[in-house]
Write a protein that binds this ligand. Sequence first.
Ligand code: PMP
Length: 295
Amino acid sequence: MAVPMDQRDGWIWFDGELKPWREAKIHVLTHGLHYASAVFEGQRAYGGEVFKLREHTNRLIESGKTLDFTIPYSADEIDAACRQVLASNNLVDAYMRPIAWRGSEELSVPARNNTVHLAIAAWVWPSYFSVEEKLKGIRLQWSKWKRPSPETIPCKAKAAGLYMICTLSKDAAMAEGYADALMLDYRGYVAEATGANVFFVKGDEVHTPTPDCFLNGITRQTLVGLAKENGYRVVERHIRPEELADFEECFLTGTAAEVTPVSQVGDFRFTPGKACQTLIEAYSAAVTPQQVAAE
Ligand code: PMP
């Protein structure tokens, strides 16, 4: 078992200052804990630089606005704080988690009088799935939970409340020996995994669900570009689950998952091949900071 998250050493940026890791605490009567009034980011640093930092920071700020709160720091300040967290913890390759939440001034449903807080932590997290799993492709089970409609929940925000069904789905899949779960949306179309987007490959075509009720991941957007650069025709459309029989390859994308080949979704089988390999390599090159030529 890894060292528990609250018993590590290092520094966590907390409301404008660096705090010793174990002292970065909040009160039990915090609005964010009781009512999920919290938004967060997952971002990775490679070679000392956070990949697409400004996109993540902007999404964090937008997610806050969607939940009707303003994070009390500018994008420049948040970016600088993220860099400070990396430097103070001597991290070069790391996973980073900024989170903003409503505080503990009042505790009932309304939250307009609650202050907004921001904390940023980073730690070493090599790969969401083990390397061994990655190479042979991971197995996914179907989730019994559906991604809700945009009229039901603010589905574009990376908000804590949207993860309740992700945790339920992933735990249920893992209890059956699968690595993750694939979720359909409220209409029955293929949506996404519990913390990653999904792509399917047929010949030189790459198909991925239209992100109209789930997160249009930053990695997903990167992969759409990389697939085109590598000669694939990218088709964003609604995909019905029975159509999975037509595809040869399948992979997940996400900041934590990066590009993870899939070998099975329920009864459908895929063989990770040339497309997975090409796009894993392309993504790996894209996230690696360009070396400044030595004089
Ligand atoms: N969907 C969900 C539910 C996620 O949690 C994530 C990870 N943030 C993604 C998709 C992928 O998003 P990104 O590529 O921006 O990490």
